[in-house]
Design a protein around this ligand. Structure first.
Ligand code: NI
Length: 274
């Protein structure tokens, strides 16, 4: 009897741990378009809750930890390039990328899917704490130009609220999935004071599935370029050290999108003026 009882916790753990691990993988950044679609929560449940009887200052402040000090760039005088990573976070490849960016002392911009933030909020919180900029890439990678205004608003608002719940800060940058915008989508983005951010170099990493092609396309960047990559692909993450080394060898500073524009990102940003 004792033997049966004492062996159960180990057996149970042996069964439960892999199940949890698979569930975590399945829920976090499974690729372009999001094979694993999560329903959008109602706006009320996506909003961070606090006990009304307690002062809001007692709520956890995930971004309170200071990011490591990296000298602020001046992209009006320096040659700057912004690396941007879409469609994450992934529970597997995004932490690998964050480790690499820490090691390189480089900050980037992440346009995240709301459903993936809901699945692994701690990965996004870690990115924000490290000084990376988090932007909104809508909830589940729908083409926003094919949705009603109410659906577009829900895609963007729910994602912003989910990011705010994870990081403590509401994002102000939006990259519409596929870069597709029309007048209605643009109006919806700008109604909330947000700005849409596109790109000027597309590595097409999701299509080539090649680390080397991703590197060579990213190295075609010029001053003020916004480079599009995806942190959900292992080959894209593997390309980052060579991209950073190659651009730095050409005299570029790797910066976030707001840094590229001196802090104020113009709507529809693709490339910084020089
Ligand atoms: Ni995307």
């Amino acid at each position: 009897m004792n033997r049966v009882r004492s062996s159960w916790p180990r057996t149970g753990a042996a069964l439960i741990v892999p199940v949890l691990f698979v569930a975590l993988l399945a829920g976090c950044g499974l690729g372009e378009g999001g094979a694993d679609r999560r329903a959008m929560p109602s706006q009320a449940s996506a909003t961070p809750r606090h006990d009304p009887g307690r002062p809001t200052t007692s709520a956890p402040r995930p971004t309170a930890t200071a990011a490591p000090s990296i000298p602020e760039p001046d992209c009006a005088t320096e040659r700057c390039v912004a690396l941007t990573f879409d469609d994450g976070p992934s529970a597997v490849t995004t932490p690998q990328l964050l480790d690499e960016l820490d090691r390189l002392g480089v900050r980037a911009t992440f346009f995240v899917l709301g459903q993936n933030v809901a699945a692994c909020p701690e990965v996004v919180a870690r990115a924000a704490r490290a000084g990376h900029v988090i932007g909104n890439h809508a909830w589940d990678h729908r083409d926003l130009t094919r949705l009603s205004s109410a659906e577009v608003e829900k895609q963007l608002t729910t994602t912003s609220e989910t990011i705010a719940a994870a990081t403590g800060a509401r994002p102000t940058l939006v990259r519409p999935p596929y870069g597709k915008v029309n007048a209605a989508v643009t109006e919806q983005i700008r109604k909330t004071g947000d700005v849409d951010v596109l790109w000027s170099v597309d590595t097409e990493d999701w299509k080539t599935k090649s680390k080397d092609v991703t590197v060579s396309r990213a190295l075609a960047a010029g001053p003020g370029t916004i480079v599009l990559l995806h942190d959900i692909h292992s080959w894209s993450v593997a390309a980052v050290p060579e991209i950073v080394a190659g651009l730095q060898a050409q005299g570029y500073r790797l910066v976030t999108v707001p840094q590229l524009f001196g802090g104020t990102v113009p709507p529809g940003a693709r490339v910084a003026p020089h």
